[in-house]
Write a protein that binds this ligand. Structure first.
Ligand code: UDX
Length: 504
């Protein structure tokens, strides 16, 4: 099979029909005017406010993958649907569990015998996904079955795309299943195209020297970007990805935390293999902040520190919830940050540095630099940090949530990458959207210093900043009443309501 796809509109017919339906419906729907948007952000802290707006009694069960980058968007989606009147139930594992006390407006259902901390292999990042999709199937089936038998108002279940084994469970229970894919459309397309790329020789040994070659099927990706997707063995990665992709194709709907404008050039290719109704309703955090679903405590002193810095002067550095670096990379980072002479706010997550608890491997002389113009925390309120006027750049690991949060605030990025979708994400940021520059991981002090100065001080950084601000405006437009994300959300709400009315 060649990886050249034809444009297809079949995919959208369903959504368009729902959209038309929507336009004829009463006007008291929950429009996302800027005022309403403000209300919604406030609702995150005051759920009772949204309860009073509820008009819809259908229940939606949401089932997140227990990792920060997946938990945040799922809980945000739950809040968004709740604000649309749906009753929300969250199914969860003991491992990385959400805190039910923060969401009195949801009901929570622990899977007895589900994934717990002591089952995990800390050195194997995929072990949790594997266990959830093998050992945890029976407990999931039992728990879900019980939940459905006691809640006959359930319209559908929305599950993380990585919970592929539970798809059969849900289908066996005769309830519509929607999938939340927490990445971008374009990176998911890259994942879905891996088998084709393998057939086309993209993983043969002699490709090492061709890392910079373009992948003609997926511009602007290079060979090394798609090669970086696989962890462990290629066969293993392809098996997992094929399960995810096939499970997504048979879902009743597919939800992305992204916006139409960003993905437009890739949608036609995407719609050909994925002929299910698709809803691009991001950025979720513009409806509801992710602060409440943070698995680590967010250190708010970082915001107080930013308050006393000059506008646009601070580089924010964070590599998300799962990436790790070795001691040598850490040393190069400290040297690069020191010689750049720029103020910085650095999230050194416990466990970020392999073999270290926290800061003990930082050189003493660097702590002096920190005391002069840096600030280090274990975990920050990232969305608030990125929207702070003092922040002028973001050195990121290129996780999708981080990228989206940065684009929303018009902050230019330095993109490193570690595993999974991150290298692909960073390619789109730098080469397609031109919102950042690349900094390859293996870190070198000179390259770090040069990248920081480029993004914070040079003309190139200024140009990126101007482009980033244009994207920020486009995102704001997509959230207005007639914007693409709002309309897509309307269509999603209608689809979910239709399940129950049609007795699906
Ligand atoms: C993982 C993968 O790494 C990522 O590539 C994939 O797209 C999603 O799953 P993670 O590494 O955690 O996610 O990165 P990211 O997607 O950026 O999500 C991190 C989340 O944690 C963001 O919502 C961010 O706001 C939040 N965060 C991060 C904090 O709240 N505080 C911090 O200090 C750092």
């Amino acid at each position: 099979m060649a990886a050249s796809y034809v444009d297809s509109t079949t995919f959208y017919n369903h959504s368009r029909f729902l959209l038309l339906l929507y336009l004829f419906k009463e006007t008291e729907q929950h429009f996302f005017s800027e005022k309403k948007l403000e209300d919604r952000v406030t609702m995150a802290d005051n759920p009772s406010k949204s309860i009073s707006q509820n008009t819809n009694t259908h229940r939606v069960i949401l089932f997140p993958l227990p990792f920060q980058g997946h938990m945040n968007p799922m809980i945000q989606l739950a809040n968004i649907l709740h604000s649309r009147g749906f009753t929300i139930s969250i199914l969860y594992h003991q491992y990385n569990s959400p805190d039910p006390s923060k969401y009195p407006h949801f009901s929570f259902h622990l899977i007895p015998g589900g994934l717990s901390e002591d089952q995990l292999d800390k050195d194997e990042p995929l072990s949790a996904i594997l266990l959830i999709n093998t050992d945890c199937i029976k407990p999931t089936r039992d728990c879900l079955g019980k939940l459905l038998s006691t809640h006959n108002d359930t319209a559908c279940i929305i599950m993380d795309a990585n919970l592929f084994s539970s798809q059969a469970v849900v289908e066996g229970l005769g309830i519509p299943r929607l999938v939340l894919r927490t990445s971008s459309v374009c990176s998911f397309l890259a994942f879905a195209t891996l088998p084709v790329l393998r057939e086309n020789g993209f993983y043969s040994d002699d490709l090492d020297s061709r890392g910079e070659d373009p992948v003609l099927e997926l511009p602007p990706l290079r060979v090394k970007d798609v090669q970086a997707i696989h962890v462990r063995s290629l066969d293993f990665t392809l098996k997992i990805i094929s399960n995810i992709v096939e499970g997504t194709k048979t879902a009743s709907g597919l939800i992305f935390n992204t916006i139409q404008d960003l993905e437009e050039p890739y949608l036609a290719n995407f719609h050909e293999p994925f002929r299910v109704p698709t809803f691009l309703i991001g950025p979720f955090h513009k409806f509801f902040s992710a602060a409440s679903s943070s698995l680590l405590t967010q250190d708010r002193s970082s915001v107080s520190w930013l308050d006393i810095q000059k506008p646009g002067s601070v580089l924010y550095v964070s590599f998300g919830s799962a990436a790790t670096i070795d001691g040598e990379s850490l040393r190069e980072m400290t040297r690069g940050l020191a010689s750049s002479m720029q103020p910085f706010l650095w999230v050194v997550r416990p466990g970020l540095v392999q073999g270290s608890e926290w800061l003990e491997s930082l050189p003493n002389e660097f702590m002096e630099v920190v005391s002069q113009r840096g600030y280090i925390v274990k975990w920050a309120p990232q969305q608030e940090v990125l929207s702070h006027p003092a922040v002028g750049g973001f050195w990121t690991h290129s996780g999708w949530n981080s990228i989206l949060e940065s684009i929303c605030e018009g902050v230019p990025m330095i993109c490193s990458s570690f595993f999974g979708d991150q290298k692909v994400n960073s390619r789109y940021v730098t080469d397609a959207w031109k919102l950042g520059i690349k900094l390859e991981h293996v870190f070198k002090r000179e390259e770090i210093e040069s990248a920081i100065r480029k993004i914070m001080l040079d003309k190139e950084g200024q140009e990126i900043r101007e482009r980033a601000l244009c994207w920020k405006e486009k995102i704001d437009v997509s959230l207005k009443t007639d914007g693409s994300s709002s309309q897509s959300l309307n269509a999603l709400s209608d689809l979910i309501s239709s399940f129950k009315s049609s007795g699906a």
